[in-house]
Design a protein around this ligand. Structure first.
Ligand SMILES: NC(=O)c1ccc[n+]([C@@H]2O[C@H](COP(=O)([O-])OP(=O)(O)OC[C@H]3O[C@@H](n4cnc5c(N)ncnc54)[C@H](OP(=O)(O)O)[C@@H]3O)[C@@H](O)[C@H]2O)c1
Length: 256
């Protein structure tokens, strides 16, 4: 294999939401760090192109179409990982959606159902399948992608804020429950990060990007690779005594 750093050497890692943004950057980084990577998302063509790029560079990668809102898809993705690479050591539960900037009292049920259905039930579906496979294998490490909106409020995004707080809740509960069975569970709280979500948000809300940068001590949006780096470390054995934490990767946003 070419260009292998080795932080995740010989790990088998599932990445949800791997077809773009943070998930795609993470799949790439994990492979470069020595992992066998399973890329999961709904867009088959994007997954196929990324997987071909990775295998073309000599990395171990496979993809599986998976809508995390469907429990059977989450189970199939985990089964795909164990079938392809023999076991599951790690999972980056990153699949998620944003939503419109709308005042809470003007939002319809549909917005609630879509955002909570993906960001919360989707995580619930994945966690159950992954933990089952990891227990069979003697342990593992899970990183859930929350947001700064999982730690503090952001305006006119109530269902998103609630969903990302729920990601933190699931992280803490699962970390506590499985610590003695060899499974670590942590979360990331990214701030503004370049991806399809933010490109769309910033295009539809003129001035929002500048306003976010003004509230961010580092004064910029992150590259998705900067978030992926934190996930890689938390998934690795080098984070062996870290569980139940929420790590901001936010240029100082929540500290400000
Ligand atoms: N960008 C930011 O500033 C930021 C900040 C904090 C947290 N986050 C979180 O980071 C995560 C990744 O988002 P991103 O910023 O990288 O945006 P993105 O480029 O839009 O990526 C979102 C990913 O989630 C996948 N996805 C969405 N719904 C899904 C479903 N039902 N089943 C499976 N996959 C699904 C998408 O793939 P398909 O469409 O192919 O399914 C895509 O791969 C999200 O959880 C987001 O909330 C982002």
């Amino acid at each position: 294999m070419s260009d292998t750093g080795g932080l995740l050497r010989d790990k088998v890692i599932l990445v949800t939401g791997a077809s773009s943004g943070i998930g795609a950057a993470a799949a790439y980084l994990f492979a470069r760090e020595g992992a066998s990577v399973v890329l999961a998302a709904r867009r088959r063509e994007k997954l196929a192109a990324l997987t071909a790029e990775l295998t073309g560079k000599g990395f171990r990668a496979s993809s599986v179409v998976c809508d995390v809102t469907r429990a059977e898809d989450a189970r199939s993705a985990v089964e795909h990982a164990t079938r392809c690479f023999g076991r599951l050591d790690g999972a980056f539960n990153n699949a998620g959606i944003g939503g419109d900037q709308t005042p809470l009292h003007e939002m319809g049920d549909e917005v609630y159902d879509t955002i909570l259905g993906t960001n919360v039930r989707g995580l619930w579906n994945c966690l159950r399948a992954e933990i089952g496979a990891m227990l069979d294998n003697g342990g593992g490490s899970i990183v859930n992608n929350s947001s700064v909106a999982g730690l503090v409020a952001i305006p006119t995004a109530a269902p998103y804020v609630a969903s990302k707080h729920a990601v933190v809740g699931f992280t803490r509960a699962a970390a506590d429950e499985y610590a003695r069975r060899g499974i670590r569970v942590n979360a990331l709280a990214p701030g503004s990060t370049r991806s399809e979500i933010t490109v769309d948000w910033y295009a539809r809300n003129p001035g929002l990007e500048d306003a976010v940068h003004a509230l961010t001590p580092q004064g910029r949006t992150a590259a998705p690779e900067e978030v992926a780096e934190a996930a890689a470390w938390l998934l690795s054995d080098r984070a062996s005594y870290v569980t139940g934490t929420v790590m901001p990767v936010d240029g100082g946003y929540v500290n400000h």
